[in-house]
Design a protein around this ligand. Structure first.
Ligand code: GDP
Length: 215
């Protein structure tokens, strides 16, 4: 069974200081609003509306945590690129995102959701700039690929790969469609690989009494 099935909403955080100790692995999802982030998360977890929790009033500017059966988390980051966001909100958003992406020790990888018709916006590049120095992997989902003709989709994939070639193996890119379920297995394999590699890494501290060590 997929590692992502049966995830449940766990909690939201508006400040880094509200986050729990970094004991479980976290995979963050970032993207321009309307790029298809909620749909992609729902597709991966196999739930029709789970990630729309992040769109309910009061939660759109928060980090929303969904707990996987393994105990690890998917973290839905606030969507960006709204034209009419007040400057103060934009500043808060920057601080929260930059702090989380650059300093969260348990964040093992970043999934970047981009509408295949408008990839690599300025804010997408900002996310990459913040996260790349951590040395951890990024995976780009070019969503709504069903809206592109096959040839155009394949050229877009090549163009985005070329644009990100400087990051080498740290960045991978694929086509994805929540509507047609295209790319679901490829995405599961990429993210599942991060979780498995993380589980195999020696832990800095011994597990607490009674805690399972996996395997
Ligand atoms: P978010 O704001 O990034 O969370 O985006 P949503 O997941 O809410 O999707 C925004 C809009 O794009 C909605 O109308 C979705 O139905 C549509 N959408 C999302 N993914 C796909 C897809 O793979 N194909 C198509 N055709 N539409 C999609």
């Amino acid at each position: 069974m997929s590692l992502f099935r049966n995830a449940v909403f766990s909690f939201s955080a508006s400040r880094l200081t509200d986050l729990p100790p970094p004991d479980a692995a976290e995979i963050a999802f970032a993207g321009r609003s309307n790029a298809g982030k909620s749909s992609a998360i729902n597709t991966l977890v196999g739930a029709t509306r789970l990630a729309f929790v992040s769109k309910t009033p009061g939660r759109t500017q928060l980090l929303n945590f969904f707990r996987l059966v393994s105990g690890d988390f998917i973290v839905d980051l606030p969507g960006y690129g709204y034209a009419r966001v007040p400057e103060a909100v934009r500043r808060d958003w920057r601080g929260l995102l930059e702090g989380y992406l650059t300093r969260r020790p348990s964040l093992i990888g970043l999934v970047l959701i981009m509408d295949a018709r408008h990839p690599l916006t300025e804010l997408d590049r900002q996310m990459i700039e913040w996260f790349a120095p951590t040395g951890r992997p990024m995976h780009v989902l070019l969503t709504k690929s069903d809206k592109l003709a096959r040839g155009v989709a394949s050229r877009t994939l090549d163009a985005v790969r070329n644009a990100l070639a400087e990051f080498g193996a740290q960045v991978s890119v694929q086509l994805f469609s929540s509507l047609n379920q295209v790319g679901v297995e490829e995405a599961e394999a990429a993210l599942g690989g991060w979780l498995k590699r993380h589980q195999r890494q020696p832990k800095e501290k011994p597990p607490a009494k009674g805690e399972k060590t996996g395997g």
